[in-house]
Design a protein around this ligand. Structure first.
Ligand code: DX5
Ligand code: ZN
Length: 217
């Protein structure tokens, strides 16, 4: 069964607590939190304060996706705020292996993110340490973009490496996930699908989450 991680980037920020309670009730598995700094990506969103505010609202896994330069500077703050998973882009940190160890030593699961153009090979030697690999299926920065099909091959590659090496990471996809694209990802081996506009853009959140789960059956 695929896990669904609604991205609060597309939620109504004026009532964020209610939005999160609603998707939890509707069957969400993780809450995906997109952190952007206006440097690594053009957009600016939220920081540890927002994670801290959300933490008491839900018992779901808080899946924090850092799209910021030198994310190692903020690992401790996000861990203290209540993140369960912290994921960093390979391009954003000079010493990826060290950053992964830092995340784990803070008691949080460590994820590595691949941009659409980044090959799996770029993180090959860190895969044994990863708890999650996030394959971007759009260019990071904004919700509501179209799915880039060329990224699916990397899901397959990651799945094969996981089987061969007996690694334990989850494979997550992020961007342009709809009832039409989700099966491409799960058939290739994805376990978790982030969905922003598809879930929060609809008034019937339960219907949206169920439609995604049904589409992979
Ligand atoms: C993009 C973010 C995504 C975004 C997905 O940079 O990482 O998590 O919210 O939005 P949708 O599902 O609308 O493509
Ligand atoms: Zn994201």
């Amino acid at each position: 069964m695929v896990k669904i991680a609604p991205s609060i980037l597309s939620a109504d920020f004026s009532k964020l607590g209610d939005e999160i309670r609603e998707v939890e009730k509707a069957g969400a598995d993780y809450i995906h939190i997109d952190v952007m700094d206006g440097m690594f990506v053009p957009n600016i969103t939220m920081g540890p304060l927002v994670v801290e505010a959300i933490r008491p609202v839900t018992s779901l896994t808080l899946d924090v996706h850092l799209m910021i330069e030198q994310p190692e500077r903020y690992v401790e703050a996000f861990a203290k705020a209540g993140a369960d998973i912290i994921s960093v882009h390979v391009e954003s940190t000079k010493h990826l292996h060290r950053t992964i160890q830092l995340i784990k030593s803070a008691g949080v699961k460590a994820g590595i993110v691949l941009n659409p153009h980044t090959p799996v090979e770029a993180i090959r030697h860190c895969l044994g340490d990863a708890d999650l690999v996030l394959v971007m299926t759009v260019n990071p920065g904004f919700g509501g973009q179209s799915f880039i099909k060329e990224t699916v091959i990397k899901i397959q590659e990651l799945n094969e490496i996981r089987n061969t090496e007996r690694y334990n990471y989850e494979i997550e996809v992020d961007g342009g996930v709809t009832d039409e694209t989700i099966a491409l990802c799960t058939n290739a081996g994805a376990d978790v699908a982030v969905a922003g506009s598809y879930v929060f853009g609809k008034s019937d959140r339960e219907g949206a989450i169920q439609a995604l789960k049904q589409a992979v059956k």
